[in-house]
Design a protein around this ligand. Sequence first.
Ligand code: ADP
Ligand code: MG
Ligand code: MG
Length: 514
Amino acid sequence: MADSIYADYPPNLSAAQQEYLVTTIKDWAIQNGLAVRPAPTALPANADPNRVLATNAPVTIFPSPFPGSCFEEAKALQTIYNQLYAAITCNEDWLGKIIEDLVDVDDFVANLWKTHLEVKKEGYVQNLSLGLFRSDYMAHVNSNGPPSLKQVEFNTISSSFGGLSALVRSLHEELLTSPSGSPISYPPHPLFDSNLPPENTAVETLSGGLAAAHTAYGSSKSSPALPLCILFVVQEGERNLFDQLALSKRLSQVHKIPVFRLPSNRILDDTLIPSSNPSRPLVYKPPHSPDTAFEVTTVYLRAYYAPDEYKSSRDWEARTHMERSAAIKCPTVLNQLSGCKKIQQVLAEPTGPDHLTSFMKDISPALIERLRETFAPQYDLSTDGQGRELALNPETAMKHVLKPQREGGGNNIYKSEIPGFLRSIPEKDWKGWVLMELINPAPNATNVALRNDGEVLRGNVISELGVYGTILWNADGNILHNDQGGWLLRTKGKEVNEGGVAAGFSSLDSILLY
Ligand code: ADP
Ligand code: MG
Ligand code: MG
């Protein structure tokens, strides 16, 4: 099926048609905020001293066909996945056992764990946690039978592109519905006939989660009472800010909640926890308005997910400062740790304890089986066994990817490089990595991408679907809000191993279901 769909997809473009479409898309992107700031290194020295420039986000010119059955299954499983990761985060013993086994080989995981233990020692004052998650998948092609949904990974921190993915959908929709013959429409193709990308409510879903946390926080814990706000903690010089602004705009315009953006290096300058207040409210003093102060209900992290963001002990101090405050964290340190690749490997173990059932006692066995079906084989490398055999044998290594406990793209080792890489590091460090079987999406999928330097690439591609979910729960495991909605399709050249858009590997895409 997938093969026949792609036999003549996408339709051919003449050079003039392609140029017209590319021009249209470039202009549409800026008109509608489907944009990123350019990398300073991509510009001549001093070309943009005031940082005023923006450019189109990398996008595909056509939407990509995606199996409807896989798309529906990903959506159907999202609130269950939300619940699973909330339950893991609540089970500190189970999580801690796995994490403690990583601390001697992974400084970053060790520092996160230490941060949690420090706050635990003093005592947490906030019982609620918020997750804005994205579960990523590929449609795996089976030799016989329809494609099946396989999970690439589950993200529990800084899940991005909800803001921009809805815009790519609108862009493709506009091109699909332009009057036929109009220069900005596509050439005809059977897949385009009365077919539009499914609705994409990522912005509504993600901002709805943040708003639910804000409301659940309750009234000010300061005396005298302070007005309440949500804080987006962001990276200094963030280039993907328009994606984030789509969420903060909806929070302020629709939910009527004040939102501030705070670069992580300013946390200790612009926020404080009054030492006289045992409730530990997090007070934000906007630098542009020194006489005002807000109490932060919810800290949304779009930073602090990677080790290189912790430049000194001051960053760890800032992370601890937020963690010990009364603000609801999205995510808590523990929830961030639950997203480690190691956890995903343990959940996918085919033998041994049935973790899924013990974490989700109220979910039917049939649904749990459907969730389990989305796991691709993954292996532990801590001891001699199947994982090491597959990783060290050059032939079997070709079918695998090696992953460390990292986020944000660009960290994995692929295929032929796996055996040599493992042999180059001490054997005692192997347990910090997991081996995962490669998922095989449709082999002859094709698309055309407009990169953000204006380059146009046509070729075989691989697409990765992300589905967004949000959940608010308390430490006893009670769920106050559990929702799913909105999706992301990222498409990259088939020869490219890695996948992130921000990391420069993929383009934003949308979906035509078949
Ligand atoms: P990160 O948290 O850094 O995004 P991922 O697990 O998503 O790590 O891996 C990065 C990229 O590597 C993915 O976007 C995907 O393109 C590719 N990848 C990861 N695991 C697999 C897999 N099992 N099969 C195929 N590609 C994979
Ligand atoms: Mg990730
Ligand atoms: Mg990923």
